[in-house]
Structure formats: C-alpha cells, structure tokens
Design a protein around this ligand. Structure first.
Ligand SMILES: Nc1ncnc2c1ncn2[C@@H]1O[C@H](COP(=O)(O)OP(=O)(O)OP(=O)(O)O)[C@@H](O)[C@H]1O
Ligand SMILES: [Mg+2]
Length: 500
C-alpha cells in the first residue's frame, strides 16, 4: 500500500538538546500507527514538526506522495493533518462550540453563525459518545476529560486524513478509552490514519496496527506489528533494559495515629457526605470514573474549593474551609491533575518550580541561598530522574512526563505530613512510573499520609492500603485493597450507571 505519510531523517535541535536526531516514520491510510518512547524520547517534538508547529533542521516529509514543508499549523491543517496535543491548546474563555470550530469556522457559508457552530459541535459530541457536554458551556468549566473530548471533536470537525493523538487516553477512564477506540475504529474504516501516542502499553495491543519506537531522538524500531510484538520486547526497545512492572512492597505498617480526618464533606452537585481517615504511613486510593467527584474531593480537602458542609482535620486540628494557606500550614501538599494550569510556572526554571513552596526554608538565612536551592533541587530531581538533568531549564521545555516529575519533586523537597496525589503517573513512562511508585511508597513508609486518585485500577490496588470507591459523588465502598481485585473495583465503579 502507498504510504500516506513518510518522514525521513528528521532532525530538530533546541538550544542544548538535540530532541530529534534523524527520525523516520511511515504511516499508511487507515492504520493506527503507535509512536512509543520514554519521556523525552522526542514523540511530541516529532508530531509538532509534522503539524507545522516546529521547523525541522533537516529531513524530508512527504504527504500523499508530495514533498511538503508545513510552515505553520494552518498549512498542516489545510493539508488534512489534525493534531490533538498532549497539553491541550484550547481556549478556556470560549464556549465548547467556539473551540470546536476555532480557526475553521463553517466557511462555506461565507460567515459564521453561532448556531451552525453549535449544531456541528453537538453532532460531533454525540458521535464521540458525549451528548451531555453542553455546546454553549464555557470550556474552562469542563473537567480535563471533558476538554479532551472537545479537543477530539475539533480534530473531527476538520475532516482530516491523518489525526495525531498525543496521549489522548491519559485523562480518560477505562470506559472512555473504549469509547475513544470505537471512534478510532470508525475513522480508520473510512481510511483516516491515526498516529497514536501512549504510555499505556496494553492499549497498543488493542488498537495498534503498527508500532514505531523512538529512543533519545532516534527511531530504534520501525513498523513492528502492533498486536504481535511482545510487550517485554517493546519495553526493551524503549528503555534498553527490561523492567519488571511491579509495585513496591511496604517496608513499614501504617501507624495507629490518624493524620487526616475528613468528615461529612459536601459540595452540592459534586459530592456529598464524604468521610474517611488516613493514618500516618497509610496510602488511601480513590477509585472512580472521571466525573465521579474524585478530583473535586481532593481539591476540597486541600481548600482549593470550599465545602458547604463537613470538616477536614490534620492531627486533630480543623482546617479553615476553602483556605489553601491553612492546608499548607498544616503541611498538606497537592499534586493536581492539570499540571499545566494548576501545578507549574511554565516559563520559570525547574529549580524555581521545585523549590516554590519551600522558598522560606532557603530564605531563612536572610537571603535566598541560590546555591543551597540548586543543590537541594538537584538532589530530588536526580532521585526522580528528571531529564534533562539541568535545573536551570524552563519547565516549558521539558517533555510532558518530566513536567509531571517536577510537580512530584516539589513535595519531595518540601516535605509534608499529608500528600494528595491526583493522577500521579499521568503521562509518565514505564521506567519512571516504577520510580514514582517507589517514591510514593517511601514517603508513606516515612510516615506521610497519602491520598491518591488514579484512573488506572491496577495502580490504585497496587499502591494503596485501602481503597474508597467513589460513584457519583458518594463513597460507595471502603475496603482494604487486599480484599479487592480489578474486576470487582470496575463493577463497583460502574454499578447502577447506564453503562453498568
Ligand atoms: N521548546 C523546547 N525547548 C528546548 N527543549 C525542548 C523543547 N521542547 C522539547 N524539548 C526537549 O526535547 C526532548 C524531547 O521532548 P518531547 O516533548 O518531544 O518528548 P516526549 O517523547 O513527547 O516525552 P513525554 O512522553 O514525556 O511526553 C526533551 O529533552 C525535551 O526537554
Ligand atoms: Mg510528549
């Protein structure tokens, strides 16, 4: 079959980093082509070159048999290439419908009528299995998963021949991933090609026709059969070593003293009457679908949202409702789900982002001890293997998974008694994932009370001592993780819903 897209010898040099060092990629019409590689391997950079967002320093691209150079994202868009970026590029202040047609307003009419855009958006949201997302709702008010769906709708609105998806499943729960795969199968049946990036290797087995593996900016394997290449082989190609995907064993039992007490916490429309306790050294996992209220519960415990009823206590002392400073004073930390908008100062260097809440510690000597700051930051970022290992780099220039590690490094440096983690391994590759699991376990073993939200049920079960199952804003079950298994959790999570 004739290739739809070929990329040959693509090179992209950033100051101090050769992100792409001669990459090849072939994509055929109607296939799902998976692009794999560790954090920082160059996946996002490659697709930004393809999408006209970066100019390559060398290499050739042919699309539909023609040599092309896309000078701008508009040029790639016009050629029929749509991209769903890892860090979504939607406009929070505009409506859902406006975002769907953005830069692509129904032009055949010569002008845009808001109602046409809304109709189009509704039709696409329906096709994506999300008729409940209101076309007129301001985008910024949707959850991360909701925004992801809108981003998909926007790609579909373009009738593209190639759709690139950079970690689309990272914010989706298992059911929504299946829904995404259904849409992908429909698209490929129509001859549309998909380039699919994910760190969840089991997904490759489900939808990947062919696989290309990047390592350190180079193509190390090309056009492997997606379903027939053993996962261990893929991991070995990505990392150069074989990794056992295991959860760390606990070194210490949770201690008897209760650190965090949440009692009757309520925010109407989001969740109601949520109560739980976490002991020193204990990891409590919240399992539930996206939209079940998990993230809202964490944010309310932290004071980023204000509860209308209920209380949060740390070491027996009540926190002021809706006050983040009160939580921080009680030594509580939060790693948010949306690192871009809530977690990081993108233009600032890694060092500043990591040391941010800990600045007082370095300032105690009367001035900001920059050397002390840099060396402390260097220690924690090295523990997490943040790459590149240069804390003066702006966070914006790090790959997605490495940005996630920066958020975690902050709390490692800061030290805290209660740590709230929302999707701590989102976008993190297999190797670094194991390191993050070990880190969470280490924090718990040192006495920190940890509350964790994850869409990946094996992760919740593997890391938590106890699991709370949340459904539609209520805790429907609390059990030691040893008493649960994956299918039981999925049943509980979905029970009684339309899909259950
Ligand atoms: N704008 C930039 N300026 C400088 N360096 C950059 C820039 N964008 C990316 N890089 C660097 O290029 C390399 C490749 O990054 P890229 O984002 O392509 O990785 P990735 O494979 O998508 O990783 P992840 O799985 O973590 O998303 C990294 O070392 C990154 O720090
Ligand atoms: Mg990336």
């Amino acid at each position: 079959m004739a290739a739809l897209l070929t990329m040959r010898g693509i090179v992209k040099q950033f100051p101090g980093v050769r992100a792409l060092d001669g990459v090849d990629l072939d994509v055929e019409p109607g296939e799902v082509h998976c692009l794999l590689g560790q954090n920082g391997a160059g996946k996002s950079t490659l697709i930004k070159v393809l999408a006209g967002a970066h100019r390559p320093d060398a290499g050739e691209i042919t699309f539909d048999g023609q040599p092309v150079t896309f000078a701008s994202p508009q040029a790639a868009d016009q050629a029929g290439i749509a991209t769903i970026y890892q860090e979504l590029d939607l406009v929070p202040g505009l409506s859902v419908a406006e975002n769907v047609v953005l830069g692509h307003e129904p032009a055949r009419l010569g002008f845009t009528r808001p109602r046409d855009a809304e109709e189009r958006a509704r039709e696409l949201l329906r096709r994506l299995g999300h008729p409940e997302i209101p076309a007129r709702r301001e985008l910024g008010r949707l959850s991360a998963a909701g925004q992801q769906v809108v981003s998909m709708a926007r790609a579909l609105a373009r009738d593209a021949r190639l759709i690139v998806m950079d970690e689309p499943s990272a914010v989706l729960d298992p059911e929504e991933v299946q829904n995404l795969f259904r849409v992908i199968r429909e698209l490929t049946a129509d001859g549309v090609a998909i380039v699919y990036i994910s760190h969840r290797l089991e997904e490759i087995r489900q939808i990947g026709d062919r696989v290309t593996v990047l390592k350190d900016g180079r193509t190390v394997a090309r056009n492997l059969p997606g379903r027939d290449t053993p996962t261990a082989e893929v991991i070995r190609l990505m990392t150069g070593r074989s990794i056992e995907y295991v959860f760390p064993v606990r070194a210490a039992e949770p201690r008897p003293d209760v650190v965090l007490e949440v009692d009757g916490l309520t925010r109407p429309g989001e969740f109601a009457d949520v109560s739980f306790t976490v002991r020193s050294g204990e990891v409590v996992g919240l399992a539930g679908l996206v939209g079940s209220g998990r993230s809202e519960i964490l944010e309310t415990v932290y004071g980023a949202r204000k509860a209308t009823a209920g209380s949060v206590r740390v070491h027996g002392r009540a926190l002021r409702p809706g006050s983040v400073p009160s939580a921080v004073r009680a030594r509580m930390g939060l790693c948010p789900e949306e690192r871009k908008s809530q977690g990081l100062l993108l233009a600032e260097p890694v060092s500043r982002n990591v040391s941010l809440p800990a600045l007082r510690r370095f300032a105690r000597a009367g001035f900001l001890g920059r050397d002390a700051e840099l060396s402390a930051v260097g220690d924690v970022t090295a523990q997490l293997d943040v790459r590149p290992a240069d804390p003066t780099r702006p966070v914006r220039t790090l790959s997605g998974g490495n940005q996630q590690k920066v958020v975690l490094a902050r709390w490692l440096l800061q030290g805290c008694d209660v740590l709230l983690l929302d999707e701590p391994t989102r976008g993190v590759d297999v190797g670094a994932r194991t390191e993050i699991y070990a880190l969470i376990r280490r924090l718990a073993d040192s006495g920190v009370a940890v509350v964790m939200v994850s869409s990946e049920v094996p992760e919740v079960l593997g890391l938590s001592d106890r699991v709370l199952v949340v459904r539609e804003g209520r805790v429907v079950r609390t059990a030691p993780s040893a008493d649960l298994d994956e299918s039981r959790v999925l049943d509980l999570v979905m029970e009684g819903t339309a899909h259950g």
